[in-house]
Design a protein around this ligand. Structure first.
Ligand code: ZN
Length: 336
């Protein structure tokens, strides 16, 4: 079987994908039309220009446009179902999807509607597409007052959707260190939620140390800058803390020069637990299959290494045990 078909058929798990970064042009266009948002586009194809960006500022603009079309429970359900359809088409069996409640609350979306939409979308993912989803709600570093505990209180409150697996930390890393949010993460951990911060993406090793020491991180979103500090690499290897690596994201945001100069190979060589992810697949114009293909073509990942990365993601996930057992069996027995 050629590598393209092999990757397509491989059962997969994704741990780092943002709901708000999954809006393909067709979904963005449909939601804008439904809500009367003017995107100055007559068709999804017209939106192509919006999806071309150069660096973080353009990305942030596109991200805000995407937020603006998400207003009702139905919008969140449809967006989740669209992501699930895309995942199912790639044989992704389980995904942990990150979403940022404060972004929506600030725009006037009722948290009850938001949560109901997520729940309905997750139900449709399972029944219509056969994909199991877990939710990660993340704190937006630059938006949330650390003392407010807004995100963790939402997660632990009555309005939280079903299927929450952990508390995340995203947004602007530089200037907003993990330590600011220690009490939110302590509260999350005390209530059985995983600690799943982004760290070591735009800031350096000290940000990853902060996530580990202060937030007791169970995984690190990105974490590629750990390579700046050999003692940190040794710690991550010893404690088997998985990294959620996203090649196209890092290249699109100019954290690395291009896909081939990404340090993925170095991370794997160092013995780190590496998983492959899309981050914001619509905006970085990628799919999980494309990420695996890039790992294979540009970073020497053999078929066995690609399969191992899926097994690592499954092990590092908070999937229900029945899902873990089934996908593990498929990975070891069914896929040649
Ligand atoms: Zn991310």
């Amino acid at each position: 079987m050629d590598i393209t078909s092999w990757i397509e058929c491989l059962p997969k798990v994704e741990l780092h994908v943002h709901l708000e970064g999954s809006l393909r042009p067709a979904t963005l266009f449909a939601l804008a039309r439904r809500n009367g948002v003017d995107l100055s586009a007559q068709s999804p194809d017209d939106l192509a220009a919006l999806y071309r960006f150069d660096g973080f500022d353009d990305f942030a603009r596109l991200f805000m446009t995407g937020l603006d079309v998400l207003r009702t429970a139905e919008d969140f359900a449809d967006t989740t179902a669209a992501l699930a359809a895309e995942l199912a088409a790639q044989n992704v069996r389980y995904a942990e999807v990150t979403t940022t409640p404060l972004h929506h609350h600030r725009r006037g979306v009722a948290l009850e509607a938001y949560a109901a939409g997520l729940e309905e979308g997750r139900r449709r993912a399972r029944t219509d597409h056969g994909v199991e989803l877990g939710w990660i709600c993340d704190i937006s570093r630059e938006s949330e007052d650390p003392g407010s505990h807004f995100t963790v209180d939402f997660l632990l409150g009555r309005t939280a959707p079903q299927g929450i697996v952990g508390l995340g930390l995203g947004g602007v890393e530089t200037g907003f260190p993990p330590e600011l949010f220690a009490s939110s993460f302590a509260k999350a951990k005390a209530n059985g939620l995983a600690s799943l911060p982004h760290a070591g993406e735009t800031a350096g090793a000290e940000s990853v140390w902060g996530a580990l020491r202060t937030l007791k991180a169970d995984r690190i979103g990105h974490g590629i800058r750990c390579l700046d500090d050999p003692a940190l690499v040794a710690h991550l290897v010893e404690h088997r803390i998985p990294l959620e690596v996203a090649l196209s994201s890092n290249a699109s945001l100019k954290l690395v020069q291009d896909l081939s100069s990404h340090p993925l190979g170095d991370l794997a060589q160092a013995g780190l637990v590496v998983t492959l992810n899309t981050d914001d697949p619509a905006y970085f114009q990628t799919t999980l299959n494309q990420e695996l293909r890039a790992a294979h073509d540009l970073h020497g990942f053999t078929r066995q290494a690609l399969r191992d990365a899926q097994a690592a993601a499954l092990d590092a996930s908070y999937a229900p045990s029945a899902t873990k057992t089934a996908v593990h069996r498929e990975l070891t027995e069914v896929h040649p």
